[in-house]
Design a protein around this ligand. Structure first.
Ligand code: G6P
Length: 370
């Protein structure tokens, strides 16, 4: 434990705990005093340009790509503009359809990822307006992009990204609300309701971070396994993809994130007695369907832990071995809370295995080669 780690054993744990502050800092100055409107004075993108956007492409790598998956759902549901998501290393090679009325959003914590930078240049060469969501304002991506929304997570040292990811989510929520206002796709009351829920997130997160014991105990349990599964639907699916990546990066446990409804189309063959399955079940609109997928794996003997809301714990415990409750917010904002137990799970699993949490083998914080 050193002073630079703020009393925490690892940078990763420190950064997990910095998330409430990162949320506040990323929102500060971007919500007007009435609480009914998002303001993004830094944007060069004009209202006329916003009205003319025909399509949005979100491009990133790794964890930032997973933030983009949530960003896509936020934009599509609030703004009703079609959104495509690409991992940056693939983008150029599918000959993407990019026109001057395409808004391209690149997401990068470091702003130095070579694949993302190359995708940015490709998009610009087709005349697209490129907006970067980045944590480093002086970075190459920030310099080359036409617009920048800075996440204010502060420096992220641990290789496994935590607070940068969640701050990217906040940036996407803010951007979606701003675009919705300009395009008139949401009422002022609806926007105010979402903003109020966003402003409650830091405190909800603080409460959750104060009680890590159940997750820690579960992490010790899974640390003895070599394979496990994550399942979820909708936004829960987006979040488990990040949870699975985090676990692989630092615990070296092999895991797969599956769309809960897709499991039965093949992967169910891998479910056997005692295999851990982590089911994220926070999206009420698809809860019943997720429960039926949980029953499919439970019938094959999986050892299931559900992450859900308090009100579903009792009924879920009929089909799962353990359940962990997270605070309730709007479904769209839930990723900003639900990813945190998954971050802690990887952290404690890595710790239990005696790994170098902050510097996992074979990985670099920022990858500047294609
Ligand atoms: C590296 C890191 C990942 C990160 C990815 C994208 O592979 O190990 O944690 O998500 O790059 O990084 P960026 O800085 O562009 O967000």
């Amino acid at each position: 434990v050193t002073a630079e780690k703020g009393g925490f054993e690892h940078f990763m744990l420190k950064e997990i705990h910095e998330q409430p502050k990162a949320y506040r800092d990323t929102m500060r100055g971007r919500i007007d005093e009435s609480g009914k409107k998002v303001v993004l004075p830094e944007l060069k993108l004009t209202k006329e340009q916003i009205k003319g956007i025909s399509k949005i492409q979100i491009i990133a790598c790794g964890t930032a790509y997973h933030a983009g998956l949530v960003g896509r759902q936020a934009i599509e549901s609030l703004v009703r503009i079609p959104v495509e998501t690409d991992v940056a290393s693939e983008y150029r090679y599918r000959s993407p359809i990019v026109t001057p009325d395409t808004l391209v959003i690149v997401v990068s914590q470091s702003g130095e990822t070579a694949d993302t930078l190359a995708a940015l240049r490709e998009a610009q060469s087709h005349g697209a307006h490129v907006l970067a969501i980045t944590n480093v304002v002086g970075s190459s991506i920030a310099r080359d992009a036409d617009d920048v929304i800075a996440t204010l997570a502060g420096p992220e040292i641990a290789v496994a990204s935590t607070k940068a990811y969640t701050s990217q989510l906040i940036a996407f929520y803010l951007l979606s609300l701003y675009l919705a206002e300009v395009r008139g796709t949401q009422t002022q009351d609806e926007v105010a309701r979402i903003i109020a829920a966003m402003q409650a997130l830091p405190e909800q997160l603080e409460n959750m971070l104060a009680k890590p014991d159940a997750i820690k105990a579960y992490a010790e349990q899974i640390s003895k396994h070599e394979h496990l599964f994550f399942i979820g639907r909708g936004l829960d699916y987006a979040v488990v993809q990040e949870g699975s990546l985090k676990l692989k990066e630092i615990s070296y446990i092999h895991s797969e994130a599956y769309a809960a409804g897709e499991l039965k189309h093949g992967t169910l063959a891998l479910i056997e007695e005692g295999i851990p399955v982590i089911a994220l079940a926070t999206q009420d609109a698809v809860l019943e369907k997720t429960v039926s997928n949980i029953k499919e794996v439970s019938a094959r003997g999986a050892d299931i832990m559900a992450i859900t809301h308090e009100e579903h714990v009792v009924s879920l415990l009929k089909s799962v071995n353990q359940a962990f409750a997270i605070p309730k917010t709007l479904p769209l904002l839930t990723p900003a809370l639900s990813v945190v137990p998954l971050q802690l799970l990887s952290y404690y699993a890595s710790l239990a295995r005696g790994n170098d949490v902050d510097k996992p083998r074979n990985l670099a914080k920022s990858v500047t080669v294609e």
